[in-house]
Every structure is written in structure tokens, then in C-alpha cells.
Design a protein around this ligand. Sequence first.
Ligand code: HEC
Length: 125
Amino acid sequence: MKLRFATLSILLLSSTLVLASSSWLSKVPKADRARVNPYAGNAEAAAAGKLIFEDNCAKCHGDDAEGRHGRPSLRSERVAHATDGELAWILRNGQAFHGMPSWSSLPEQQRWQIITYLRTLLTDR
Ligand code: HEC
């Protein structure tokens, strides 16, 4: 009985580890990761990105991007350490299985503007 419990615990633990290591970041191809945001640091693009964020993203990630109802904060270490290219990848592809839609229906320019806006959030803490 004790042994069975131990086996079960190990099984549960290893499946948790597998889930944790399957973060979307590990799926991003190298070429995508290295893509450069043409609007990096551009204040007008950040202002445009803020409006697009409010229209499309705030309902899940919160007006302040702190996350809500189990959706992740976008003011996190993980987002801070992601490259612009990695963020562009998740915006284009989403993570439908985890509840993050694809935003490929938005023009690419608008997705870069959102990323420019997200960068301003990470520096104003
Ligand atoms: C319907 C709810 C919903 C909407 C709307 C939504 N997201 Fe998400 N988002 C999620 C969920 C859920 C996750 C977690 C996905 C996962 O765990 O892989 C996520 C993850 C992310 C991540 C990765 C965060 C991390 O820490 O790994 C980024 C970046 C992101 N969203 C940006 C956006 C942006 C920008 C928009 C608007 C264009 C947006 N999201 C709209 C639900 C949403």
C-alpha cells in the first residue's frame, strides 16, 4: 500500500514536471525568437498598443496587465525575459489549449505595437 502511494506520487510529480517544462517559450523556433520589433522604444507605437491592448487583451489580462481569473500577469519576470520575437510568436500563434487565443487576425503592425506597450509596463514598476 505504502509502495503504491510512493509510485503514484512519483507519477504525479513527473507529470507536473512535464507540464511545467512545456511552457510555450520552449516551442518558439530560433528564427522567430530573434525577430526584431520595428517599433521598439517608439512612444507613439506604445500609445497605439495600449489602446489595442485595452480592446483585446484587458478582459483576460486585466486593465493593468496584472492578470485575472487565473490568466497570467504580463508584468512578470517571464514576460520581461522573453524576447520581442518570442512575444510576437505567442501573439501570432496563441496557446489555444491553455486559453490564450491567436491574434493573427490583427495586422502584424498592431501586434508589434502591443509588444511595444508591454515593454513600457515592465519598466514602470
Ligand atoms: C480569452 C482570454 C485571453 C485573452 C483575450 C488574451 N489572453 Fe493572453 N493569455 C491567456 C492565457 C490563459 C494565457 C496562459 C497561456 C499558457 O499558460 O500557455 C495567456 C498568456 C499570454 C502571454 C504569455 C504570458 C506568460 O507569462 O507566459 C502573453 C504575452 C499574452 N498572453 C499576451 C496577450 C495579449 C497581448 C493579448 C491581447 C492581444 C492577450 N494575451 C489576450 C488568455 C488570454
